[in-house]
Design a protein around this ligand. Sequence first.
Ligand code: BT5
Length: 261
Amino acid sequence: MHALSKKAIEDALDTEWLGLPVIYLPEIGSTNEYLLALATNKAPAGTLVITDYQTAGKGRLDRRWEAPKGTSLLFSLLLRPGWPVAQAHWLTMLSGLAVVAAIEASTGLSCGLKWPNDVMCRVDGAWRKVGGLLLAAGLEADRIGYAVMGIGLNVNIPAGQMPATRTPATSLYLATGREIDRLLLLVQILTRLERQYITAGQGHSPWPDWQARLISIGREVTVHMGIQTLSGTVEGTGPAGQLLLRDATGKLHEISAGDVE
Ligand code: BT5
């Protein structure tokens, strides 16, 4: 198993620019918060901030991301797409696709995405959350000036140390019964993400591939949006990633943010 360090990551990476420069910090509040501060301070596109432990790891809506020291992949990437704002969701889509493909290639597990930002793997016939994506974008007029994509993955968390979670969760170690090399998995993710990002930059939407990876299509779900909830059947998604939900009266709802249960 490789330990994470600036040199180990630089030596292992085979991307052109994504993941460089490497900023490795043994411990930090949140890699996303740290990189957001650098983003407004001229840090180059591609910058990777990665840590072994977050004291204030963030999920959406000020929720927490918990991970025991040295067990997980916890990192953020700085992108400067300059794409129209309407394409911001492409970043979450292509990152999710890269992560799922990399996990499958590294572990042999069967994985998917849960709308809007959860990384799931199938264990004993049930979907479990193994990771999450967190996008923060800085807009310049009608363009995405910069974006910080945060990725948290439960790699080698042992039983007994799994955080208490709303969505049933697991780690790749618990799902496969063997430890996974975090450095090699990171390299797999960044290689795929760079390729996906370049393709998207040429105008090819990741939406069809992303939708094909969603685990809730055709299923009965309840969506929580703050204090509001809506139940129905997931018909699909829109090109900007909105969830299309048909309720019992036949009405179609377009939902841009929420949590699916
Ligand atoms: C997410 O939010 O799933 C996005 C998580 C992104 C974390 C990365 S780590 C690197 C970078 N720096 C940061 O500070 N954040 C990013 P959300 O969908 O809101 O899910 C959060 C919820 O997931 C929490 O309320 C818990 O219920 C649950 N949770 C917390 N830790 C978890 C874990 N390790 N595995 C699975 N679920 C977890």
